[in-house]
Design a protein around this ligand. Structure first.
Ligand code: N01
Length: 478
């Protein structure tokens, strides 16, 4: 009998899992989705200018080539359209329970009992958690935040009812999200103050619309889409990855970013503010061509003084200035190291997943956790990338889980062996040593204790090989 599978989340990961099951004829699955539509982070991040900085043809499933991409880098609305298209084409939408948030998952010895916030409970053989790494907004802990008398919101919960036209606006944060919405806010606001704590390395995003000829070619020339996708993938793997591994292209990346800064920012004082003092790639490189020009507009000021307090009228900085604004947008990122929070996941013998992960989340292949049989993670610990498409990683993970299903169906619940997990962690730590992420910067890749729990330190080709290995030796059964 086919296993009963609970999938948590209907973003890129959850949909990929559902589609693979559906295509293999396994229909005994349910997708739990807390929101009202598919899309996950691409549904939640609807801020003006939201787009992907990975090219459309690579930021999509390998099995679902799409002829509707209108540009090299997809806008958020296009990605959502793509995911809606996939949900319909593969007929998985009817298996999704929308507005249904999973509260707990408990291993009973033979099955997983999944309960939802509305109190309903149901048993499954397998749980696939596909909630992503960037699903919970991080709001900073700045004194006085609650006293602010204007309108404040986080970039992932954009207040579309609040028109910014003619207003005095502050943006806190200058990561990849802020870099995308700052140009849009700058166009509308009377005055915009950008509070930058740490400058980022920024490289250009060579975006362009596909002309009618290119779109026709992608539609009708056999193999063109596949070849184009392969080319982008290889390019990222062979030029960007070595920069993150402190290899041959490190200096190239630095020079590219500095040249971009010099081209777009002529004022030496502003340029100095925007020049990072840590190696490129240590924090996620921002890929954007519109960010710097927005910062040079006459109505925009980049503030680098430390924020000391939020006052009713605005933001106070360490130099004693009060920056009066009526709107604060928090572009302050996500609670990225708190995997699977706020769900309570209880494994064999009452093991609590978050207790087990108190020093940082870890999972074999980023997928399986000792003491948690038949629980699989998509986009789990140490599977994020700084250089290539996360959809590639998700497809590797789904393939691994699909390989596991016949084993657990035949031999009972499967759980990664403790010695496999220990060897995995050792290898990961060794590989991590050469990566640039440890080079003295703070980033969302790390826990407060400095452990890198989010990123995959190898080439993605290696990850594909490792996840494709037959699972029997790594797991124990029953
Ligand atoms: O978040 P971030 P993000 N006081 O964590 C600042 C993905 N993404 O939403 O650097 C002052 O990168 C913080 O400062 P610092 C992508 O992977 C993908 O922008 O910590 N400032 C930083 O500037 C990306 O990396 C796409 O010193 C404070 C900012 O807030 C990830 O999402 C598009 C502060 C947070 O930056 C997250 O990006 C967009 C404080 N107390 C995003 N606390 C694609 O195109 C935080 N900050 C695929």
């Amino acid at each position: 009998m086919a296993p009963r599978v609970a999938i948590i989340g209907a973003g890129f990961g959850g949909l990929c899992m559902a589609i693979r099951l559906q295509r293999e004829g396994i229909t005994s699955y349910t997708v739990f989705e807390k929101g009202a539509t598919v899309g996950g982070t691409w549904r939640d991040n609807s801020y003006p200018g939201a787009a992907c900085d990975i090219p459309s043809h690579l930021y999509s499933y390998s099995f679902e080539r799409y002829t509707s991409w209108t540009r090299r880098y997809p806008a958020q609305s296009e990605i959502l359209g793509y995911l809606e298209h996939c949900a319909d084409k593969y007929d998985v939408r009817r298996k999704i329970r929308f507005n249904t948030e999973v509260a707990t998952a408990t291993f009973t010895g033979t099955a997983w009992r999944v309960t939802t916030r509305d109190g309903a409970a149901e048993d499954f053989d397998v749980v696939v958690a596909a909630v992503g790494q960037l699903n919970r907004p991080h709001l900073p802990d700045i004194p006085g935040m609650s006293t602010f008398e204007g309108v404040a919101f986080h970039s992932a919960r954009w207040n579309h009812d609040h028109d910014l036209t003619g207003r005095d606006v502050a943006v806190i944060g200058t990561g990849s999200s802020a870099a995308q919405f700052i140009p849009e806010v700058a166009k509308r606001a009377r005055a915009l103050k950008v509070f930058q704590r740490t400058p980022n390395w920024v490289i250009p995003k060579p975006d362009a619309e596909f002309g009618p000829l290119a779109r026709k070619a992608f539609r009708y020339v056999p193999g063109l889409q596949r070849a184009y996708r392969e080319w982008i993938y290889r390019y990222a793997e062979n030029t960007l990855y070595p920069a993150l591994a402190r290899g041959w292209s490190t200096d190239l990346l630095r020079r590219r970013a500095l040249a971009h800064l010099h081209d777009q920012v002529k004022d030496p004082e502003l340029r100095a503010k925007l020049t990072p003092d840590y190696p490129p790639g240590c924090k996620r490189v921002v890929i954007d061509s519109r960010f710097y020009p927005a910062l040079t507009r006459p109505n925009v000021e980049v503030v680098t003084e430390k924020i000391t307090r939020i006052a009713p009228q605005g933001i106070e900085t360490a130099d004693g200035r009060l920056h009066e604004v009526g709107t604060i947008v928090y572009g302050t990122g996500f609670r990225s190291t708190e995997f699977l929070v706020p769900m309570k996941i209880t494994g064999r013998g009452g093991a609590d997943l978050h207790e087990q992960w108190r020093d940082g989340a870890e999972a074999y292949l980023g997928i399986s956790v000792p003491n948690f049989p038949n629980l699989f993670l998509l986009y789990g610990p140490n599977t994020n990338l700084g250089h290539n498409s996360i959809i590639f990683m998700i497809e590797c993970q789904v393939a691994h889980i699909m390989n596991c299903l016949p084993y657990l169906a035949a031999r009972g619940p499967m759980e990664v062996r403790p010695e496999t997990m220990a060897a995995w962690t050792r290898q990961l730590n060794r590989a991590m040593e050469r990566m640039v992420w440890g080079a003295g910067c703070q980033s969302w890749y790390k826990t407060a204790g400095g452990r890198i729990t989010n990123n995959w330190p190898g080439p993605t080709t290696l990850y594909r090989r490792l996840t494709a290995r037959p699972p029997a030796r790594a797991y124990r059964f029953g």
